[in-house]
Design a protein around this ligand. Structure first.
Ligand code: ADP
Ligand code: MG
Length: 505
């Protein structure tokens, strides 16, 4: 059912501190994990990271069993100290500056052509199409003026078939669903409408309503889209259905989240996505964007950082498991920061760790399952369930492992280990994303007051994620971290696209 939402508030190597050779590490790991004879990787050298007095593992158990020895090793590998976070922030700021000055750097810092903040006085009905990674939504946003809007939307799952279909099939599917949505809400299809297209993939954008796909990520592989203008592809599909819809803005979901939150909170300067993938956008002063040669209408423009592509092996705590995941992924060596942070990958990292511990006989008496052997079968949502399980016997964890993943039997010791692994991987993700935010706030020089709008299932549903981010911000920025407000900007990507289409039309 499509219902009105009354919205007053709308809108590589091993942790390389020392630079150990990447290839040796990779080979070692691959033999360890992929070889027929899975070897122990217990002797893997790990950098010493101060654990800030908090050891998850020591808390769990007093005696140094085989379990705890492995957990201590994992804890060393996955823990990111406050000091390392600060190094990361400094390096990311440098990379942001490089990306603003010229193309061809690891942070693409893409100008979004969004140069205006909403005033709240915009009125009328605007459509939005929001393709995230796991879902796609069609929305109608009705701007009432005076900072009020109403939205109705419908959500569809993007299945694996569609992710691998041809571009034409993908865009025809969107047009079909848009038409179905208009029919469902009883809209008059003869009226011409504007549409904001939220397309959360890296695009080269020469204008607000134009952008060619640079490369797919998040598991998409649709042929015939890379290097093509996705606005044109959508317009053609809408034409084939004779729909009178004009695509007036191409928007990244981070940009949409930022703009929709700024509608009610003018202190919002950053939008962050922590969903299938991860990325961030923020308002930058035009004079700071050295590569920008276009007009300067308002003095500022939203920059899409594409921070998921950040990769600096000397700073990021990359473990053998990250390397194995990357090797087996559809786009190796790309989106390294994203692969350590976002919903598509967190469960997969845990799966690699569990496989390793099973291969050494340390977990489940060495017995895994077909399901756990299958890539991407350990979903990040399972980590949320496990981290939320505070029962004495960890009974929900048992349900996930035995009922969903088909592990024959699990002991309470096994379940504690699995829970700790989830905590390590989830905490690292939260701390790294906090470092990204600290880097942007530092670059903007907004340490005095800055609201960050965050959207995506990982931020919204993963237990403790927001608090772990706040802890990391405090470690990096001290008392000034209190000036950075993290707020959920739910549904912002669709609303924001509609707002941008309205403001810039
Ligand atoms: P999109 O990225 O398509 O906009 P979402 O923001 O909903 O969609 O993110 C989907 C991702 O979030 C998936 O990768 C999924 O693994 C993850 N996810 C879904 N539910 C949860 C949950 N309860 N806890 C943690 N992660 C989740
Ligand atoms: Mg989304």
């Amino acid at each position: 059912m499509v219902a009105w939402n009354d919205n007053i508030t709308p809108v590589f190597a091993f942790g390389l501190t020392t630079g150990i050779a990447l290839t040796a590490a990779t080979q070692y790991l691959l033999t360890a994990l992929v070889g027929n004879n899975r070897k122990q990787i217990v002797e893997v050298p790990v950098p010493s990271e101060p654990l800030n007095g908090h050891s998850l593992v020591r808390k769990e158990s007093g005696i140094l069993t085989q379990h705890t020895r492995s957990l201590l090793r994992l804890e060393k590998e996955f823990t990111v100290s406050g000091q390392r976070l600060q190094t990361l922030v400094r390096h990311m700021v440098q990379e942001m500056k490089k990306g603003l000055a010229a193309d061809g750097h690891q942070l693409k810092m893409i100008p979004s052509f969004v140069v205006r903040r909403p005033t709240g006085n915009e009125t009328g009905s605007v459509l939005a199409l929001d393709l995230g990674g796991s879902n796609f939504r069609v929305c109608e946003v009705y701007l009432e003026g005076q900072g009020r809007l109403r939205m109705r939307h419908r959500k569809y799952v993007v299945g694996d078939d569609l992710k691998r279909a041809s571009g034409r099939v993908l865009f025809d599917f969107f047009a079909e669903k848009i038409e179905g949505f208009l029919d469902e809400i009883g809209a008059d299809k003869a009226i011409e409408r504007n549409l904001g297209f939220t397309f959360s993939f890296p695009v080269g954008q020469p204008a607000l309503a134009q952008g060619h796909l640079l490369h797919w990520n998040k598991g998409f592989q649709c042929e015939g889209v890379v290097n093509r203008d996705v606005v044109q592809l959508l317009a053609e599909a809408l034409n084939r259905r004779n729909l009178k819809i004009k695509v007036t803005a191409l928007v990244n979901d981070t940009v949409g989240t930022l703009i929709s939150h700024a509608y009610t909170d003018p202190q919002t300067h950053i939008g962050v996505i922590l969903g299938t993938g991860t990325n961030a956008a923020y308002f930058e002063r035009i004079e700071e964007i050295g590569k920008w040669t276009g007009p300067n209408e308002t003095g500022e423009m939203v920059i899409n950082t594409e921070w998921g592509a950040y990769c600096e092996p000397s700073v990021l705590p990359i473990t053998p498991y990250d390397l194995a995941l990357d090797r087996a992924s559809t786009a190796p060596k790309m989106q390294i920061f994203e692969k350590m942070i976002s919903g598509m990958y967190l469960g997969e990292i845990v799966r690699y760790v569990l496989l390793d511990l099973i291969s050494t006989g340390e977990l489940f008496k060495g017995r895994g399952s077909k399901k756990l052997d299958t890539p991407y079968n350990f979903e990040t949502a399972n980590m949320s369930r496990i981290e939320r399980d505070h029962s004495l016997e960890l009974s929900d964890t048992k349900a996930v492992l035995e009922d969903i993943l088909g592990i024959p039997t699990t002991s309470i010791g096994d379940r504690r280990v699995v829970k700790t692994v989830c905590e390590l991987v989830g905490t690292r993700a939260a701390r790294l994303s906090a470092a990204g935010i600290a880097a942007i706030v530092t670059k903007m020089n907004r340490l005095d007051a800055c609201t960050v709008a965050l959207d995506g299932s990982v931020f919204e549903h993963y237990p403790h994620f927001a608090n772990r981010m706040r802890d990391a911000l405090r470690e990096m920025l001290g008392i000034t971290a209190e000036n950075i407000i993290l707020e959920l900007g739910r549904d912002g990507s669709g609303q924001g696209a509609a707002l941008i289409a309205a403001i810039h039309h």
